[in-house]
Design a protein around this ligand. Structure first.
Ligand code: GMT
Length: 376
């Protein structure tokens, strides 16, 4: 099949997932074309069956806001015609599903029918897409997609609750490449056969308010009083400065490292013991799944899809996103007992295996076949 994938190229979970999916589809023999305003950060080894097409949006002084949807739908039409693409798979409804629908209409006008698969990722539904300024257009474009998928049962329920959706929504969970994590774990043991006595707590996100990173720092502050530990903060975003300042105010700045963005998260995770994710909203929590695949126990909020991956009392613990006391106590209880820590880590890894890429990518291939059948 020839597939066009539209996604955000940044470190956000939807872009990461779309990139991993596209690269895996290419390995399964499909021709894959990524379309975005920048090369997706995890996209590697472009070749004659794996392409990247940049959407250019020229600056024009008349425009206060550059019309990205227009440029994207034009690029979609151009790429689909030049490469005889079979279908579009757009990740994140805003504005991708909308632009795809316009492209579909323009192509139809030229005698070509190309179906749209839209995958909803979370904030396009629970936060941004809900805003009255966008909602009508988001609702419309979801209903106009040929197949709609979302990344968790919880997101499916939120979408049906908050929008007027006339279509079936299929749940296809996010995934990780478990073998990549296994290889990394072996490398980590080779490089560091005698792990230090200091336990490592990690948080990975885009540091947006929804990630509640203040609570990451407050929980770690409690942990470090009882357990010899340090905190790795991975990512960049609007709340980073606030978090750095909070560390100084609590005089724990020597125990917290802000590492910025990295596309080799598994290298940091393989030395970690515990992952903190106190998000206020989280449709899935790909970052937590990546940690689990690295044998890291999880303390997370019970928001959205997190209970579908983090099993309370097995792979870690779940609490309300602002219940700092419970989060701290659970974390300390795990970290204080080497045996409990090992059990949680192993169970986290076992659970992550259920989300292996080899189990999930075939589900998307089936969906593509179904989307193509809608044309007949
Ligand atoms: O979490 C973010 O702010 C980024 C956002 C995105 O669109 O990249 O992540 C969403 O999609 C991820 C991939 O499906 C999910 O793992 C995240 O849970 C989801 N974020 C939220 O729902 C807040």
């Amino acid at each position: 099949m020839k597939i066009a994938i539209v996604c955000y190229p940044t470190f956000g979970g939807s872009g990461v997932l779309a990139t991993e999916l596209g690269m895996s589809l290419y390995e399964h023999g499909h021709e894959v074309h990524f379309i975005a305003y920048k090369k997706p950060v995890r996209l590697k080894n472009l070749n004659e069956n794996l392409f990247f097409h940049k959407v250019n949006v020229p600056d024009y002084p008349l425009f206060n806001f550059q019309p990205y949807e227009l440029a994207l739908s034009t690029k979609l039409v151009e790429v689909i015609k030049s490469y005889s693409i079979d279908l579009m798979h757009v990740h994140y409804a805003i504005p991708h599903a909308y632009a795809a629908y316009m492209a579909k209409k323009m192509l139809k006008d030229q005698g070509l029918t190309v179906p749209i698969v839209t995958t909803l990722h979370g904030t396009d539904i629970t936060l941004v897409g809900n805003h009255p300024f966008y909602k009508t257009a988001v609702n419309f474009s979801i209903n106009k997609s040929d197949i709609v998928t979302c990344v968790s049962q919880s997101l499916k329920e939120d979408t049906l609750d908050q929008f007027d959706i006339k279509k079936d929504i299929e749940v296809v969970p996010n995934f990780i490449n478990i073998s990549k994590y296994k290889i990394q774990q072996e490398k980590c043991i080779e490089e560091n056969p005698m792990p230090s006595k200091e336990l490592i707590i990690t948080h990975v996100s885009n540091f947006r308010p929804v990630k509640n990173i203040k609570n990451v720092i407050l929980v770690f502050n409690n942990i470090q009083k009882k357990v010899n530990s340090k905190l790795l903060m991975i990512g960049e975003g609007p709340d980073k400065q606030m978090a750095e300042q909070l560390c100084k105010d609590l005089s724990i700045q020597d125990k917290v490292e802000f590492l910025g963005n990295t596309n080799q998260v598994e290298k940091n995770l393989c030395h970690s013991d515990l992952f903190l994710l106190p998000s206020n909203t989280e449709s899935f929590g790909l970052a937590a799944l990546e940690a689990m695949a690295s044998k890291v126990a999880i303390i997370s909020s019970n928001a959205g899809g997190l209970p579908e991956i983090n099993i309370h009392g097995e792979t870690g613990y779940l609490t309300d996103s602002n219940d700092i006391e419970s989060m701290s106590n659970y974390a300390i209880s795990i970290l204080k007992s080497p045996q409990a820590l090992e059990e949680f880590k192993l169970k986290a890894f076992k659970k992550a295996e259920a989300f292996d890429i080899n189990k999930v990518v075939p589900l998307y291939e089936e969906i593509y076949k179904k989307a193509l059948k809608t044309l007949k």
